[in-house]
Write a protein that binds this ligand. Sequence first.
Ligand code: 5GP
Length: 192
Amino acid sequence: MDAKDMGDDLAAVLIDADQIQARLRELAAEIDRDYAGRELLLVGVLKGAVMVMADLARALHTTVEMDWMAVSSYGSGTRSSGVVRIIKDLDADLTDRHVLVVEDIVDSGLTLSWLMRNLSSRGPASLEVCTLLRKPDAQKGHPGKGGQAPVKYVGFDIPPEFVVGYGLDYAEKYRSLPFVGSLARHVYRPGS
Ligand code: 5GP
């Protein structure tokens, strides 16, 4: 799927496919340096992180294992609450492993804060986060609501608007776009 397949549902391409791939190569080089001589377990958060996981893993020279977790965040409307339920847990035991969580996007950071508390209780040797996208709220932190989710590797800081593509959906659609874009208003508000 590409921009032309979306017709007038696409408002704008925010980060094109080449920019994403170039940035992932830079992040992979950093991660290779940081984990030299160690084995790494990449933990992808379904479903949004599928694309970034696939491309980041292939850009790395470090030996990696890949595992997946699916969580659902109870929230009102489009905001997450930080109260999270595990839909699919990891197969791997994290004890003494070097773990890098791979995320598509961190918005409020509440989901990630919960995930970090959960994963750190499993005794990993190290635990870090890589996200392709980060919105401004994630940098502010949420004292009292689990604290700031520390993200070591960030692809792009983006404005606080709703984006789709490269794993990210709107009502389960548009995940297969190779770029990150914003949707036209009529998609959210039919008839307007
Ligand atoms: P947080 O707990 O950080 O507020 O929420 C993170 C989750 O909300 C992400 O994993 C993603 O599922 C969803 N999310 C946040 N912002 C966006 C966005 O702009 N587009 C899409 N498609 N999902 C988003």
